[in-house]
Design a protein around this ligand. Structure first.
Ligand SMILES: [Zn+2]
Length: 360
């Protein structure tokens, strides 16, 4: 069978759901439909309204909103923008024990330069470790689900319990529209995590911050104890210029790949997914840069030919992950074996299934 590749971006048949129309994939077609909204979006007028909304809705006298910070570009840039428009953010770092050195330095430099207080919540390492081991042992495609679940769950619970209510995320369609559905699984699915952990590790996690998607939905849509804002959703920004500005003003350093601020995610995306599933997430990121006019297709093809990391870095990361997650020889060999399982082989939330059908 001839290999299928989109003419416009660099997505190919490693994306199960890829459908080409006149050689162009659905992600490129979808982005074109959004382009007018992105072009017309004015971040300054949005920002003025946002400040007013946040002040009105937060029940805390000192803070207008919560911003989760990882040390990555998106959350760091978001934080600096919020401060520049007069927002008083409660800066929250959720520590999953996988922060890279550069990420830690970035967070430190950022809060110090901005004069903000850093609040840190540390996830119970024993429980997260069991959950992460379980996902790898299950041979699943999205082993980042437990870590992502912790981020959303802790952010939501702090927003609800503090009365700050407003949670700001840096999600951005200009840079992050292309996210192949078949490459990931819904990280809000607590039932799924429980089942994977139980079947692989025969354990129940008592300190893991499980969040019920039903409870979360009620909090957001009905009780309004959590209000989500995505000011950067349609915001156009130049990735290279932003990195440069962040470096000059806040000492922010690049860590070599999207989401590589976490050692876990760097291993999971840059090594495990490539080796075991033949999936290279750079394809999605570069495709998005092509769509937003920040990279040519030829540049993306050339960049894809380079390995995701050096051999030395791969060795360092593998040693780190294997030791931290306590894999024995058999488990470690199996982790990179061609055996694959589907998320559908495990239980999933009834509520999320229903939501998918209703809001399709
Ligand atoms: Zn495409």
């Amino acid at each position: 069978m001839a290999e299928t590749v989109c003419f416009n971006c660099v997505l190919d048949s490693t994306v199960d759901e890829l459908t080409l129309v006149d050689g162009v994939c659905q992600y490129c077609r979808g982005y074109r439909e959004l382009e007018n909204q992105i072009n017309d979006f004015d971040i300054n007028s949005y920002g003025a309204k946002l400040v007013e909304t946040l002040r009105r809705t937060s029940k805390d006298p000192d803070y207008d909103c919560i911003v989760g910070i990882s040390g990555g570009l998106d959350s760091s840039y978001l934080l600096t923008w919020l401060v520049s428009i007069g927002v008083r953010p409660y800066v929250l770092h959720i520590d999953t024990c996988w922060d890279g050195e550069v990420a830690t330095r970035n967070i430190y430099n950022l809060v110090n330069t901005l004069g903000l207080k850093l609040n840190t919540r540390v996830i119970d390492w024993g429980d997260l470790k069991i959950a992460q081991r379980a996902f790898f042992k299950a041979n699943l495609i999205d082993c980042d689900v437990p870590q992502d679940h912790c981020f959303t769950s802790v952010l939501s619970s702090v927003a609800r319990n503090s009365g700050i209510r407003n949670v700001i995320s840096g999600h951005n369609l200009f840079m992050e529209y292309v996210l192949p559905v078949s490459w990931s699984y819904n990280s809000n699915d607590a039932r799924h995590i429980r089942d994977v952990v139980w079947r692989q590790e025969a354990k129940r996690l008592v300190n893991f911050p499980y969040m019920s998607p039903t409870y979360n939905y009620i909090g957001r849509k009905i009780a309004k104890s959590i209000i989500a804002h995505r000011p950067f959703l349609y915001h156009r920004f130049d990735i290279h210029a932003t990195k440069e500005m962040m470096n000059k003003k806040f000492g922010w350093e690049d860590y070599g790949g999207k989401h590589y601020e976490s050692e876990f995610t760097k291993f999971f995306q840059g090594d495990y997914l490539v080796e075991k599933f033949g999936i290279d997430k750079r394809k999605a990121h570069y495709s998005n840069l092509i769509l937003s006019g920040q990279m040519t297709r030829d540049e993306a093809v050339a960049a894809m030919e380079k390995p995701t990391m050096t051999e030395l870095e791969r060795f360092r990361l593998r040693t780190l992950v294997r030791n931290k997650l306590d894999f024995d020889d058999t488990e470690w060999v199996n982790l990179f074996s061609p055996t694959k399982a589907a998320h559908a082989d495990y239980k999933s939330s009834h509520f999320l299934k229903l939501q998918k059908i209703l809001f399709k």
